[in-house]
Design a protein around this ligand. Structure first.
Ligand SMILES: Nc1ncnc2c1ncn2[C@@H]1O[C@H](COP(=O)(O)OP(=O)(O)OP(=O)(O)O)[C@@H](O)[C@H]1O
Length: 250
């Protein structure tokens, strides 16, 4: 197991948001975290990455307690893309190169430049390399921050709604890229998503979060009409189009 979460809880001063969460994932897994607005998905990711300090519980990365790693060590292990990202004044290339920061001691190495180039290629951003971030569309910027997280070469990739501002083609492309890098680079991806159909098509593990607790977790067997209705309060039917499962609200 690359990541294990034991009895994790978190509360904001006014309310308890994450309640006794337990799960583990392995290298190569693409875990989709699903649930309604406010279920606690973003808060969970932030607790894994220590942006927020859990009130209880332990996050293990391999056999190390995440809370005991230095920020730099943690950044080599976990890449994180927030739901909303600040827009820095830099070129796309420099923004992606920033992902190498935990590794750079004195100066940028040839390896750092090659990894940056490779991350741009994976997200089909090569022709954008010298453009300024603030001159890109929201969706293009979203791909840049994902490329930056890939350049970080983490063992675990946390993505908070990475497809939410993307058009149909880019949603598919990004979901496919996450699936591909998880498998090829043996990275574990934990991704919050609202699009159930995209999730069931590309993810292989699922957590259904309800009121900050795990309602169901596992492989595609947990994506049932009963579970979806319990979590989203919407009756659905699950059909197949060719080999592809599709969730259809009734
Ligand atoms: N800084 C904060 N202080 C107090 N409460 C907060 C804070 N941030 C989030 N919350 C509350 O915690 C709960 C969980 O929020 P979170 O952002 O984790 O949900 P989410 O499942 O990611 O939602 P969405 O799908 O809308 O992004 C919500 O009720 C939210 O109002």
């Amino acid at each position: 197991m690359i990541l294990s979460v034991k009895s994790l809880s978190f509360r904001y001063p006014s309310r308890s948001v994450i309640k006794d969460i337990n799960f583990s994932i392995s290298k190569g897994d693409f875990l989709a975290v699903l649930g309604i607005n406010g279920a606690g998905k973003s808060t969970l990711l932030k607790c894994l990455n220590r942006i927020l300090n859990p009130n209880a519980g332990i996050v293990y990365i391999n056999d190390d307690e995440a809370s005991k790693l230095s920020r730099r060590e943690l950044a080599k292990k976990i890449g994180y893309v927030a739901q909303r990202n600040e827009n820095i004044r830099s070129t796309v290339f420099d923004a992606v190169l920033l992902g190498r920061k935990p590794y750079i001691k004195w100066e940028v190495s040839k390896n750092d430049l090659e990894i940056t180039q490779e991350a741009l290629k994976v997200l089909d951003l090569e022709e954008y390399a010298l453009r300024y971030l603030n001159e890109l569309s929201g969706g293009e910027q979203q791909k840049v921050v994902i490329a930056r997280a890939l350049a970080q070469k983490p063992e675990i990739l946390l993505l908070d709604e990475p497809t939410s501002s993307l058009d149909l083609k880019n949603q598919l492309e990004v979901a496919r890229v996450i699936n591909k890098v998880a498998k090829e680079q043996q990275m574990a991806a934990i991704v919050t998503m609202h699009d159930l159909n995209l999730a069931i098509r590309f993810a292989d593990k699922f957590i259904l979060l309800k009121n900050g607790q795990i309602f169901a977790a596992g492989g595609s067997e947990v994506i049932t009409p009963e579970n979806i209705e319990s979590v989203y309060s919407v009756p659905v039917k699950i059909d197949k189009v060719g080999d592809i499962p599709v969730v259809i609200p009734k």
